[in-house]
Design a binder for this molecule. Structure first.
Ligand code: COA
Ligand code: ZN
Length: 330
């Protein structure tokens, strides 16, 4: 594995969207606003604040407008939200969003389950959203779900993925996120897909989005970065998942990814201690243990006090050593 050599990576937080959409407890609006404001100080390039989806589909994010209106906009941070259709785009526009993160799945089955549209119907809606965004001067990123596999269809053909990338590139979107919705990606595949995507459209802002469902989130992140990806989605504490993708679990944890990338010599621009403290706050909001590891263990050079009887152990070992030296004398 290569060292980072200070290569700049751009970190996108998705806990308040991908994370909260999957929580059974409704996180109060005040707490969402306070968390976004706290995250805004930690060095992120982008924060996915909420989604403008139907309240029936995603009740946890039914307060999207209020959250967007109340957060403090920190200069340099892009405040984005997930948008599935024209109705969502209008709501996002009224909320003065910095970017539309439009979404569709490359799997027909997952698109129908999640968005209740065929992929062609989604594409038609999203083409309308892109036209609206152009008029309003708002950049568009498209998140493609199930790029590395679908929990209902299995393998997804690479040609199909490239076909959707081509169609969105033709509409001049600014960015594409390659999403591993249920942690089906593995590093060899990640390297191949990311390299081929970047080669197709080198000027596109490419992002990778990994869920840690099979424990491969960190290694997939390294594979993506080594393939040339510079933007990464991740979720504080490792919460998250699509409620309409069977078996979905959380994204790779922000504090775990940032810790790893910093150890490897990448420049993430992130405040790791601030992340660990924010993860503790998040745990009190969601009221369950978080899957993230570094928020529990601390960074790799975290030092612990020796055991309580350590001084006795040292004294005994020294006494034994003295005895041994005396006995060894001729
Ligand atoms: N925001 C708010 N309400 C919306 C909406 C939006 N973006 N889009 C549709 N609605 C409302 C409609 O006004 C209608 O309301 P009514 O019943 O009071 O008349 C209702 O939702 C149904 O509208 P319809 O166009 O038939 O939508 P649908 O039921 O086919 O659902 C989606 C389509 C895309 C809106 C819905 O499946 C959805 O929001 N999915 C998001 C899933 C998601 O976020 N998954 C996780 C992220 S990958
Ligand atoms: Zn996700």
């Amino acid at each position: 594995m290569k060292t980072g050599h200070g290569t700049r990576l751009y970190i996108n937080e998705v806990a308040t969207r991908d994370g909260f959409q999957m929580e059974s407890r409704f996180i109060p609006t005040d707490d969402k606003v306070a968390l976004v404001d706290r995250l805004g100080t930690l060095g992120y390039a982008k924060i996915e604040v909420t989604s403008f989806t139907s309240a029936k589909a995603i009740p946890a994010l039914r307060d999207g407008e209020e959250v967007m209106h109340r957060i403090a906009r920190r200069p340099g941070v892009v405040y984005t939200a997930l948008v599935p259709n024209l109705r969502g785009a209008q709501r996002a526009l009224e909320s003065r969003i910095d970017e539309f993160n439009i979404v569709m799945s490359v799997s027909e089955t997952h698109n129908l389950a999640n968005l209740r549209m065929t992929r062609e119907q989604s594409f038609a809606q999203l083409a309308g959203v892109i036209a609206l965004a152009k008029q309003a001067g708002v950049p568009v990123n498209v998140s493609l779900s199930c790029v590395f596999g679908c929990p209902m269809e299995g393998e997804v053909a690479g040609d199909g993925v490239r076909g959707w990338i081509d169609r969105f590139a033709a509409l001049e979107v600014q960015g594409v996120t390659l999403c591993d919705t249920t942690g089906m990606a593995h590093p060899t595949q990640v390297q191949a897909i990311c390299e081929s995507a970047i080669a197709m459209c080198p000027s596109m802002d490419w992002t990778a989005h990994f869920h840690n469902t099979r424990g491969m989130g960190l290694v997939n992140t390294v594979a993506a970065v080594e393939a040339g990806i510079r933007r990464l989605d991740m979720s504080l504490g490792g919460i998250g998942g699509c409620p309409y993708a069977p078996g979905a679990t959380g994204n790779v944890a922000t504090e775990d990814v940032v810790h790893m990338l910093q150890c490897m010599g990448y420049d993430t621009g992130m405040d790791l201690d601030g992340l660990i403290a924010a993860a503790a706050e998040l745990q009190s909001l969601v009221r369950h243990d978080l899957p993230g590891q570094v928020s529990r263990a601390g960074h790799r050079l975290t030092r612990h006090a020796p055991p309580a009887d350590f001084n006795d152990t040292v004294a005994r070992a020294r006494a034994r050593e003295l005895q041994r030296q005396m006995e060894a004398r001729p």
